[in-house]
Design a protein around this ligand. Structure first.
Ligand SMILES: *[C@@H]1O[C@H](CO)[C@@H](O)[C@H](O)[C@H]1NC(C)=O
Length: 368
C-alpha cells in the first residue's frame, strides 16, 4: 500500500507527457491546408477548404489550439484592376484541430484569386495560394465537358448505391411513368415534382400539395445545367435528412434500422461508423448502456463515423452523385424527353452577377 501513491504519481507524470504535445505552439508553416476551394476549376456556390493545425513538432492538434491567435483567410482578386466582391466568413472550428474555411464570390474573377491563409501575421502552409483565372462565379452559365467536370471534382468512378438502385429498372418508359407516378405519389402522397430537361432548359410540374422541396431540386438542376449540357427526364421524391448532420457532429450516432436509406449509407458499417438499434427501438436502452460502459470504443465509433461522413458528404460529392443519377436515368429512357402539358420553365437566376464571359470550349457533343 505504501507504494501506491508513488505509482499514481508516475502514472500522472506519464499522462502529462502524453498530453504535453498539444500544448506546443502552432506552427504556421507545418500546418496543413487542402480542399477544393483552392482549385480554380471547382465551381461551387460556397467554396471551401480545410486547415489542420500542426504544432512545432509536426504533430496534429486534435483539439482547437490554445491561445487567442486566430487563423484567418484573406481572398482578393489577383489583379488590382479587377474588383471582385468576396465574402469570407470566420473559419469554422470543428473542435478537433481542424477548421473549415469558406468564401463566397459575388462575381467571376477573370484574372484569378489570391488566397492568403494566415495565423497571426504568418502564412500557413504554402500560403498565398494563387488560383489562375478565370475563377467562375456559381451563376456563370459556362457548360463544360462532363468528363472534365467530374475529374475536377474528383467524383468517384463508381457509386454502388446508384448501380443497385437502378438494377431493377433496366429501361425507363417515360409515358408509362407519366400514367402511373402522378396517381400513386401525387394524389395519394402529395409529393411529386416532375422535371424534364430538354436542350439544357429545365421544366417542371408540381403534383400534390407538399412540393416545397422543389426549391432544393431546382437549385441542384439549375446548377448542373450551368455546368454542362444534357437532356434527361427525372421525377423527384424526397427522403429524410437528419442523419447526415448527426454523422457530421462529434457524438456517437445510434441508428435505427430502417428500410429507407440515403445514397451514402452503403459506405457506413454498423459498429464501425454507428451503433445499430432495432427498428422497434427495443434495444435502445441496452445500446445506450453499452455506449456508457464502453466509452473508448464508443468514442472510436463516433470518430470513424464523423470522418466517413465528412468524406462522403462534402458539397462537391453531392453534385457528383446527382450527376451520376441523372446519367443512369438518361441511359435507361426508352423515349425522348419532352416538355409536357402543364410544365413551366424554371429560369436561371437573373442576378446580374450571372453575366460573365465563358472561356470554356463548348462541349463537343450534346450530352445524353
Ligand atoms: C494529420 O492530419 C492530416 C489531416 O487531417 C492527416 O491527413 C494526417 O494523417 C494526420 N497525421 C497524423 C500523424 O495523424
Amino acid at each position: 500500500m505504501r507504494r501506491l501513491p508513488r505509482a499514481l504519481l508516475l502514472l500522472r507524470l506519464a499522462l502529462l507527457v502524453a498530453e504535453g504535445a498539444p500544448e506546443a505552439l502552432v506552427s504556421a508553416p507545418r500546418s496543413l491546408v487542402w480542399g477544393p476551394g483552392l482549385q480554380a476549376a471547382v465551381v461551387l456556390p460556397v467554396r471551401y477548404f480545410y486547415l489542420q493545425a500542426v504544432n512545432s513538432e509536426g504533430q496534429n492538434f486534435t483539439r482547437a489550439p490554445p491561445g487567442q491567435t486566430p487563423f484567418k483567410v484573406v481572398v482578393k482578386s489577383l489583379s488590382p484592376k479587377e474588383l471582385v466582391r468576396i465574402h469570407v466568413p470566420k473559419p469554422l472550428d470543428r473542435n478537433d484541430g481542424t477548421f473549415l474555411m469558406r468564401y463566397r464570390m459575388y462575381e467571376t474573377a477573370n484574372e484569378g484569386l489570391k488566397i492568403e491563409v494566415l495565423y497571426g501575421d504568418e502564412h500557413v502552409a504554402q500560403s498565398p495560394y494563387i488560383l489562375k483565372g478565370p475563377v467562375y462565379h456559381e451563376y456563370c452559365e459556362c457548360p463544360e465537358n462532363p468528363q472534365a467536370w467530374q475529374k475536377t471534382l474528383s467524383c468517384p468512378t463508381k457509386e454502388p448505391q446508384i448501380t443497385k438502385d437502378f438494377a431493377s429498372f433496366p429501361s425507363i418508359n417515360l409515358q408509362q411513368m407519366l400514367n402511373e407516378v402522378p396517381k400513386r405519389f401525387g394524389d395519394e402522397r402529395g409529393a411529386v415534382v416532375h422535371y424534364t430537361i430538354v436542350n439544357n432548359h429545365i421544366y417542371r410540374r408540381s403534383l400534390g400539395k407538399y412540393t416545397d422541396f422543389k426549391m432544393f431540386s431546382d437549385e441542384i438542376l439549375l446548377s448542373l445545367t450551368r455546368k454542362y449540357k444534357y437532356q434527361v427526364n427525372v421525377d423527384g421524391t424526397v427522403a429524410a435528412y437528419r442523419y447526415p448532420y448527426l454523422m457530421l457532429g462529434d457524438s456517437l450516432v445510434l441508428k435505427q434500422d430502417s428500410p429507407y436509406y440515403e445514397h451514402f449509407y452503403t459506405a457506413l458499417e454498423p459498429w464501425k461508423h454507428y451503433v445499430p438499434i432495432k427498428r422497434n427501438l427495443g434495444d435502445l436502452l441496452e445500446k445506450v448502456k453499452w455506449a456508457k460502459e464502453n466509452d473508448e470504443e464508443a468514442k472510436k465509433i463516433a470518430k470513424e463515423g464523423q470522418l466517413m461522413a465528412r468524406d462522403l458528404l462534402q458539397p462537391h460529392r453531392l453534385y457528383c452523385y446527382y450527376y451520376q443519377v441523372l446519367q443512369k436515368y438518361a441511359e435507361r429512357q426508352s423515349s425522348k424527353p419532352e416538355v409536357r402539358d402543364g410544365m413551366e420553365l424554371v429560369p436561371q437566376p437573373e442576378d446580374s452577377t450571372a453575366i460573365c464571359q465563358c472561356h470554356r470550349e463548348k462541349p463537343s457533343r450534346e450530352e445524353l
